[in-house]
Design a binder for this molecule. Structure first.
Ligand code: PMP
Length: 426
């Protein structure tokens, strides 16, 4: 019989070390918010495959939809022979996207590809090359995605040089002394020092930074960016790969911000575990690319699209947006109570279910405690709970529950976190 250790050894011999792994486990099966490993041990899953299985592992409706498609046909390549489901998914995303401007969408496979294509379209639509992105932002592991990403280690190390025309400014973060005004002023300084506003095609922002620390942008900030973009003819691109599909309590996190981005990227939760991503944008802008300029062999795979249509149905029928809000509240209430007891919890934050706990020595934001967060992750794993970290110093616990998790299982996981904090002397 298989063991996790045995498979880890084979993995180490067969794979390059650059492919990381948060937990030394191999999955055998998974349902809703639980995973069983090859040794038969059950794990509570607060990772959801990095905010992907928002509708839970193997939601019966998603499995049935994918299975039905699998038996009809698996692949024609949409750019060769099309199928209705792809069009239907785009129609539904167009109708649901924030703002009243008519939208168009198309599909790719991953978040990184969605970002690449958003930039291609922004350049085609504006005739400008410059792109402004944010420190701490994460936009994928392709060359342009890496260039946009505002964190060097481990993502960019040894991989440069990266494409040019990209400028980073600080993401507003009150805890760490960066105000909205500071971020806006940094953009104005770019226009003075580095690139003319008239050469900038896009500003790309995660409404809630994901890898950078589960950090919601302040509510007024996106509106200020929108105003700035309108003034200079720049496109506002919202990277909702991690924040989208009910994770933040709305289908698109930007719905909380009362702004209409020009282009939105989606991936992760969209396919509920099947690989599909989307670029959704204002119709006029989306038509800027020439015929044949967009697509890929597997883009909008009929199997993944069937999964995505099921995800949208499940989100609606199981009211996962309001559930995401309620579960987020429930978690933050518990974490705020823990903050009073454990001095290394410096901050509890989030939007909807996209929830973070930041660890700093003595609660001092100047002293990020990545070691404490790592100790928590390891201690919780001993107790059967899977956690993931994020943030510039790896000192942020990000909780990525499937939104279909039962309250009892959520509470069981939160109890493990509390017991682990006690055990590590947080
Ligand atoms: N953008 C954001 C905001 C992300 O969080 C991620 C993945 N963590 C990506 C892009 C890249 O997505 P993928 O890994 O599917 O390429």
């Amino acid at each position: 019989t298989q063991t996790n250790a045995g498979l880890m050894a084979r993995r180490q011999a067969a794979l390059p070390r650059g492919v990381g792994q948060a937990h030394p486990l191999f999955a055998e099966s998974a349902r809703n918010a639980e995973i069983w490993d090859v040794e038969g041990r059950r794990w509570i899953d607060f990772c959801a495959g990095i905010a992907v299985v928002n509708t839970g592992h193997c939601h019966p409706r998603l499995v049935a939809a994918a299975r039905e498609q699998l038996e009809a046909f698996t692949h024609t390549c949409f750019q060769v022979v099309a199928y209705e489901s792809y069009v239907e998914l785009c129609e539904r995303l167009n109708a649901a996207a924030p703002g009243s401007t008519p939208k168009k969408s198309f599909l790719v496979n991953t978040g990184a590809e969605a970002v690449e294509n958003a930039v291609k379209i922004a350049r085609a639509a504006t005739g400008r090359t410059g792109v402004i992105a944010f420190g701490g932002g994460f936009h994928g592991r392709t060359m342009f995605g890496l260039a946009l990403t505002g964190k060097v280690a481990p993502y960019k190390v040894k991989f440069g040089p990266f494409p040019g025309g990209i400028f980073h400014v600080p993401f507003p973060n009150a805890l760490h002394g960066v105000s909205e005004d500071d971020s806006m002023a940094a953009i104005e300084r770019l226009f003075a020092y580095s690139i003319e506003a008239a050469d900038v095609g896009a500003i790309i922002i995660e409404p809630v930074q994901g890898e950078g620390g589960y950090l919601p942008a302040p509510f007024g900030f996106l509106r200020r960016l929108r105003t700035l973009c309108d003034k200079h003819g720049i496109l506002l691109v919202a990277d909702e790969v991690q924040s989208g599909i009910a994770r933040c309590g709305k289908l698109f996190a930007t719905e909380h911000y009362d702004v209409e981005p020009d282009i939105i990227t989606l991936a992760k939760g969209l396919g509920g575990g099947l690989p599909v991503a989307a670029i959704v944008g204002k119709a006029e802008i989306m038509d800027a690319a020439e015929v044949g300029g967009l697509g890929s062999t597997y883009a909008g795979s009929p199997i993944a699209v069937a999964g995505a249509l099921a995800v949208l149905d499940i989100v609606e029928e199981e009211k996962l947006c309001s559930r995401s809000m309620a579960l987020g509240e429930r978690m933050r209430t518990r974490f705020t109570a823990m903050q009073k007891k454990y001095s290394s919890i410096a901050d509890v934050r989030g939007l909807g279910a996209m929830t973070a706990v930041e660890f700093c020595r003595n609660g001092d934001p100047q002293q990020p405690a990545g070691d404490m967060a790592l100790a928590l992750k390891n201690e919780a794993a001993k107790r059967g709970l899977l956690l993931l970290l994020c943030g510039a110093h790896g000192n942020v616990l990000r909780v990525m529950i499937p939104l279909t998790i039962s309250e009892a299982l959520l509470d069981e996981g939160l109890d493990v976190i509390e017991a682990s904090l006690q055990a590590i002397g947080a």
